[in-house]
Design a protein around this ligand. Structure first.
Ligand code: UGA
Length: 419
């Protein structure tokens, strides 16, 4: 099939590369000339496992190209996949509408419009009206940053929302993904597909907020949240994923999904107290961690604080909505001297010093704050750390160390949910 993918951000670029890998001829469309120049040179703007190498291979094979010319991309395609977003927008609806309007002008009724962007419930129906008689498909994505291409090539399910039960469209979607029969295709209505996306993200967020609230209870009762969630996770009805307590969920997806459903509920006069609590619990995490630091050190003014980790999770260079940004802002407000080490994040524009390696920022530090659980942080040279720091205080927002080991190594170790 000839596929045009609009938007070369996380979702769009991964889909474009993945669809080329599945054998389609793909053109990625973006309005950002700087990004396009990079992509045309075979360079991925994303730090994402396997993406750049696969992208280069598909470009060399002639299966994947990039352009700013949306009109000709639509004209040459059987399927238009929409994965656009506008910076700062609450949801991606405005950007999607622009693509839909262009599509409506150029499509002939035979082309398929597949929406991947996360839009408010009911948007696909509105797009469907604009692009009629062409068909709209609501096809939410479930990629996780860091493993996005792997998730695309080996999905656990494909959700396909349709306007009506059109067999032709169903067949086209199966042809588009050409996965084997093991992978369930969930054919449903447009609205259900949109809701499945939000419900999935908000459920994951709920698990995290549950673990974080449990961490508070563990601290109060003398328990250890790591042990408690491990004990829970063996129950297959519960599962062990997304029960890691810490400084809360960030990124461009989970916080936005929770907020969008809350906004939807408000507009529709539908109370959603559980989702509100998920948000509140999450927002309190940074304050909780920060007050631990203040309780231990008193005023932070002019004190040197080393920070490990800035990205919203490991294995990505993404710092959007990262909990670390709130912590850094609090440290700036408290007039601490901050030095951050992150293996890949760029912190240009933030008023903080950065270190080139794990140890460079530790010299004379009064404390080390751990904000992302990168693997490279997990086996440090403790002796070297202690020799560099002014006092051996580690405040760990991600529970990466064993408290007993830290005690043996002579650190004052403050972590989450472990009395
Ligand atoms: C999330 C979903 O996991 C994907 O399924 C979805 O497709 C994507 O949003 C999206 O809507 O595009 P992602 O934003 O890449 O993916 O990140 P997650 O792996 O879900 O992590 C989100 C945040 O939760 C991170 O800050 C992470 O540190 C935190 N987290 C995760 C925890 O605090 N505890 C956990 O147990 C798991």
């Amino acid at each position: 099939m000839n596929v045009a993918v609009f938007g070369c951000g996380y979702v769009g670029l991964t889909c474009a590369v993945g669809l080329a890998e599945l054998g389609h001829t793909v053109v990625g469309v973006d309005i950002d000339e700087k990004k396009l120049a990079l992509l045309k040179e075979g360079k991925s703007p994303l730090f994402e496992e396997g993406l750049e190498a696969t992208m280069q291979r598909q470009m060399t094979a002639g299966q994947l190209t990039f352009t700013h010319d949306g009109e000709s991309a639509i004209q040459k395609s059987d399927v238009v996949m929409c994965a656009v977003s506008l910076p700062g927008e609450r949801t991606d609806f405005g950007a999607v509408m622009q693509v839909a309007q262009l599509f409506a002008r150029l499509a002939d009724g035979k082309k398929l419009f597949v929406n991947k962007s996360t839009v408010p419930v009911g948007s696909a129906e509105k797009i469907g009206e604009i692009i009629a008689p062409s068909q709209i498909v609501a096809n939410p994505e479930f990629l996780q940053e860091g493993t996005a291409l792997r998730n695309f090539l080996h999905p656990e399910r494909v959700v396909v929302g349709l306007n009506d039960d059109d067999e032709n469209v169903k067949e086209k979607m199966k042809e588009l993904y050409c996965y084997d029969e093991e992978i369930p295709f969930v054919f449903t209505s447009l609205r259900n597909a949109e809701l499945i996306k939000y419900a999935s993200n908000v459920f994951l967020a709920t698990k995290i907020s549950f673990a974080n609230e449990l961490a508070n209870l563990c601290e109060a009762t003398g328990g250890d949240v790591q042990e408690v969630v491990r004990g829970m996770g063996f129950d297959s009805r519960i599962g062990s994923d997304f029960l890691q307590a810490g400084i809360g969920f960030g990124g461009s997806c989970l916080p936005k999904s929770v907020q969008t459903l809350l906004d939807n509920g408000k507009d529709l006069d539908c109370d959603l107290p559980l989702f509100e609590a998920v948000k509140q619990v999450n927002e309190s995490r940074v304050d909780t961690l920060f007050s631990r630091l203040e309780q231990t050190l008193g005023s932070l003014q002019d004190k040197k604080i080393a920070v490990w980790g800035a990205t919203f999770k490991p294995n990505t260079n993404d710092i959007r909505e990262a909990p670390s940004l709130k912590v850094l802002q609090k440290l700036i407000d408290a007039r601490a001297q901050i030095c951050v080490f992150d293996p890949v994040a760029s912190l240009d524009g933030l008023d903080v010093a950065t270190a080139d390696d794990l140890y460079a920022g530790l010299q004379d530090a009064e404390a080390l704050l751990i904000l992302t659980e990168w693997d490279v942080f997990k086996n440090p040279d403790f002796v070297k750390m202690k020799s560099l720091m002014n006092q051996p205080l580690v405040v760990d927002g991600r529970n990466i160390f064993d408290p007993a080991v830290m005690k043996d190594q002579g650190f004052q170790y403050v972590s989450v949910g472990r009395a």
